[in-house]
Design a protein around this ligand. Structure first.
Ligand code: SF4
Length: 436
């Protein structure tokens, strides 16, 4: 989501005739696009502003510095008032007004543009996408859920779906420009409902799946409580939807889930996993887990480990709880010492690494269709891409391979975090090769 927001900001600048600087030090305008989901992000912004203060003095001509994204929405006015380096702040709901902010700065004003209008301006045609084969498309803005730990409803506003016809036009345009994989974005993407027709998320996937040239569709992030049986059937019935399903469960204890205000229980989550796997046996589930939520006991954490063991996620993003401004959980008693939460996170990661290694090993000798990203590291002979389930796949490059190619790779090895393989033309093993 932040990558796409940066592309939107860059697009507004390029549309007004500005060009990208070759190096950050040479830029006349520097924008910091920020995330405030965790505390560390705010600290990073403050450090970066300190560095920019020195850079501003050494450039020898005026440099404009703007703070954008969720930290701008959350802390913007206060930071603008006390920072000598910041010229303006611009929240995520105001990207289209970047030009207005720059005009105000040119007239000698410091401006703060934050908040959300009911009909957010979303100028898809201005996004500076860079022409890659993998592209992002927002289908639903904001969030109405108010999980008690989460700052998103305050920084990204109320939930608002984009009209289905508008999303389809955007995807058609991207495919015409060379996109192969479209990742649909939304905080609660499966709560999507077209404001013009009432079409739901399953309808959206079905429609996009039949847009000529769409090779693969991915989507993040689904909320467990918004899946319906019809939606699951629609996802399963759309052949070019990827097999990667990101479904955060956050905690395995019902008491913690209730305090988080997540709207489901451990059992209903496990029941949902059963339905998803029943309809899509090849699906790889991925999840977010929060450890150290206020009041989390060792028994609560044990329930989280139990869910991880039972579901066997292909990917897991684990975080230590950090209190966020304006959120109810920031006032909850029972804050855990950092050392306790850190030790639990380590145990979670150790369990997940074992599960992931076993799952990845089980794919050896299978094939996987990969969208090629490019060299794994700058100048490396080993290239990488991603399979339909978002797994990273590393392979030796061959003559003529290019980023954006689709390649069939046979898996010859695995680590906890990646598959290793060779393209089928170079495969010396037996056949037939089952799909991964
Ligand atoms: S559903 Fe996701 S984005 Fe919305 S409040 Fe909960 S954690 Fe935050």
């Amino acid at each position: 989501m932040n990558v796409l927001d940066s592309q939107r900001l860059a697009g507004v600048l390029e549309a007004s005739g500005l060009r990208r600087a070759n190096r950050p030090e040479e830029a006349d305008i520097t924008l910091l696009n920020t995330c405030s989901v965790r505390e560390k992000a705010v600290q990073k912004v403050l450090t970066r502003l300190g560095e920019l203060k020195q850079a501003k003095q050494s450039l020898g001509r005026p440099r404009v510095v703007g703070l954008c994204g969720c930290v701008a929405e959350q802390e913007g006015r206060g930071l603008l008032a006390r920072s000598t380096v910041l010229d303006f702040v611009l929240g995520p709901g105001r990207v289209a007004q970047l030009g207005r902010a720059l005009e105000a700065v040119a007239a000698g004003e410091k401006v703060s543009l934050t908040g959300f209008s009911p009909s957010q301006e979303y100028e898809a045609h201005l996004i500076a996408r860079g022409g890659g084969a993998r592209q992002f498309v927002t289908v639903i803005h904001g969030c109405n859920q108010h999980c008690t730990f989460c700052v998103v409803p305050y920084t990204r506003g109320h939930e608002a779906s984009r009209p289905l016809a508008e999303v389809v036009r955007e995807v058609e345009g991207l495919v015409a420009a060379g996109a192969k994989e479209i990742t649909l974005l939304g905080q609660t993407i499966n709560a999507y409902r077209c404001p013009a027709t009432g079409a739901g998320f399953g309808d959206l996937l079905g429609t996009l799946g039949s847009v000529p040239g769409v090779w693969r569709i991915q989507f993040v992030t689904s909320h467990p409580k918004f899946f319906t049986d019809n939606m699951i059937q629609a996802i399963a019935a759309t052949p070019n939807v990827g097999t990667y399903l990101h479904v955060p469960f956050q905690a395995g204890s019902d008491a913690v889930l209730k305090r988080m205000h997540r709207g489901y229980t451990r059992d209903s989550y496990l029941e949902l996993v059963g339905k998803l796997r029943g309809a899509m046996p090849e699906a790889t589930l991925s999840t977010d887990v929060m450890v150290g939520f206020p009041g989390e006991t060792e028994e609560d954490f044990g329930a989280t480990l139990d869910v991880v063991s039972r579901v066997r996620f292909g990917q897991l993003f684990g975080f230590i709880y950090s209190p966020r401004p304006r959120t109810p959980a920031a006032q909850y008693p029972g804050r855990l010492p950092r050392s306790v939460a850190g030790e639990r996170l380590e145990r979670l990661f150790a369990l997940q690494a074992t599960v992931q290694f076993e799952l990845n090993q089980s794919l050896i000798n299978c094939y996987v269709d990969v969208l090629v990203d490019g060299p794994a590291k700058r100048g490396a002979e080993s290239w990488q891409g991603r399979g339909p389930d978002n797994r990273v796949v590393n392979f030796p490059a061959w003559n003529g391979v290019r980023a954006g190619d689709v390649a069939r790779i046979v898996v010859t090895g695995a680590t906890p975090h990646a598959l290793l393989g060779v393209r089928t033309a170079d495969w010396k093993g037996g056949s037939p090769i089952p799909t991964a």
